[in-house]
Write a protein that binds this ligand. Structure first.
Ligand code: HXC
Ligand code: NAP
Length: 293
């Protein structure tokens, strides 16, 4: 849907077709999860998989129309489960606080926080303004801290909980100085919070996806210029990741199966971080002939 306002445009999401449970279908029964950026992409599929496992969810980001459309699709696909939506910008602490208060008024609890909101684009460091660099750090890293701290103050400190930070398998990729810095800081934050908050029964973990098909992140990073088969050749498991791969990993980490796991970030990339070429020349060409995305 497009309204003419850049911020209001979005592609309607679709749920997984013919979903078959691998995990026990009631593994998150009675739980509530707050997923930032859950109106699109990987966050949307995390919300869907959580709902399919008995969880009620709250999704929040800047674009309320997109969130409302996602809610409709999710509640239709998973009858009996609720999806609460709220508009907020993770860079604005007062909006985050209001959003968390609304979630607590709606559900009376929040058991799982998934910090999934992020912003990214391809840009060589030499062309990156300080504001552009800071903007990505503000959304990804400071946003992850702000939302975590807000949920901690409002609920986790007294009740315990689980935080899953969505990171990325970025090691020296060109045109990703901003996102790579932001995600490395998130991985470090995962460890620090796990140590400080562990005694309060709060687990803090991360998931670092490789390239994930059918996402904004993938198309923004040049996915549209190389065929998926070409990309897959560079990956040990010979395929791109799927949103379902990431959502199932988040489900595992958020479940009791992972009750002794904290302070670590699990890479889910088919091994690509070990082998993939950094595609410098192709990326430079792509950025040179593509309008800003
Ligand atoms: C260079 C850019 C740029 C680009 C923006 N900027 N786009 N610089 N190349 N393509 C600069 C602007 O010029 C400005 O700096 C500063 O960044 C802020 O830009 P705004 O447009 O004002 O920012 P804002 O409206 O807040 O939008 C944030 C955004 C946008 C990140 C730029 O793309 C966004 O909202 N993205 C959300 C969705 C998204 O990106 N999803 C993908 C996540 S995937 P100046 O100096 O001019 O003021 C992901 C993958 C991780 O994270 C790793 C995978 C391997
Ligand atoms: P996406 O659909 O664009 O998801 C990002 C979400 O963040 C959007 O729903 C967006 O919603 C929200 N967001 C952006 N800025 C925000 C802000 N200031 N405040 C609140 N919410 C904000 O992209 P995706 O590819 O699924 O990415 C999801 C996560 O996976 C990200 O953390 C990303 O870094 C990570 N990741 C993705 C890939 C990949 O291949 N796709 C690889 C590695 C890691 P609004 O626009 O409504 O605010």
């Amino acid at each position: 849907m497009a309204t003419g306002n850049k911020m209001d445009s979005f592609e309607e999401e679709k749920c997984l077709q013919d979903y078959k449970h691998v995990f026990y279908p009631h593994i998150l029964e009675g739980k509530v999860a707050f997923i930032t950026g859950g109106g699109s992409g990987i966050g949307f599929t995390i919300a869907e998989i959580f709902m399919r496992h008995g969880c009620n969810v709250a999704i929040a980001s800047r674009n309320l129309l997109k969130l409302q459309a996602a809610k409709k699709v999710l509640e239709t696909a998973v009858p009996g489960r609720k999806c609460f939506v709220a508009a907020m910008d993770v860079r604005k602490p007062e909006q985050v606080k209001e959003c968390v208060n609304q979630i607590l008024s709606e559900y009376g609890r929040v058991d799982i926080l998934v910090n999934n909101s992020a912003g990214n684009f391809l840009c060589l460091a030499e062309s990156l303004s300080t504001n552009a660099y800071r903007n990505v750090i503000d959304i990804d890293t400071v946003g992850t801290f702000t939302v975590s701290k807000t949920v901690y103050d409002a609920y986790f400190k007294a009740n315990g909980g689980i935080i899953v930070n969505i990171s990325a398998n970025l090691t020296g990729q060109p045109m990703q100085a901003h996102a790579a810095s932001a995600k490395a800081a998130i991985d470090s934050l995962t460890k620090s919070l796990a140590v400080e908050w562990g005694p309060l029964k709060i687990r803090v973990v991360g998931v670092a996806p490789g390239p994930i098909a059918d996402t904004v992140g993938y198309s923004k990073l040049g996915g549209s210029m190389i065929s998926e088969d070409e990309i897959a050749k560079d990956i040990p498991l010979q395929r791109l990741g799927t949103r379902k791969d990431i959502a199932h990993t988040v489900l595992f980490l958020a479940s009791d199966l992972a009750s002794n796991i904290t302070g670590t970030t699990l890479t889910v990339d088919g091994g690509s971080v070990l082998t993939s070429s950094r595609s410098m020349n192709a990326l430079v060409e792509f950025v040179g002939r593509t309008p800003r995305m």
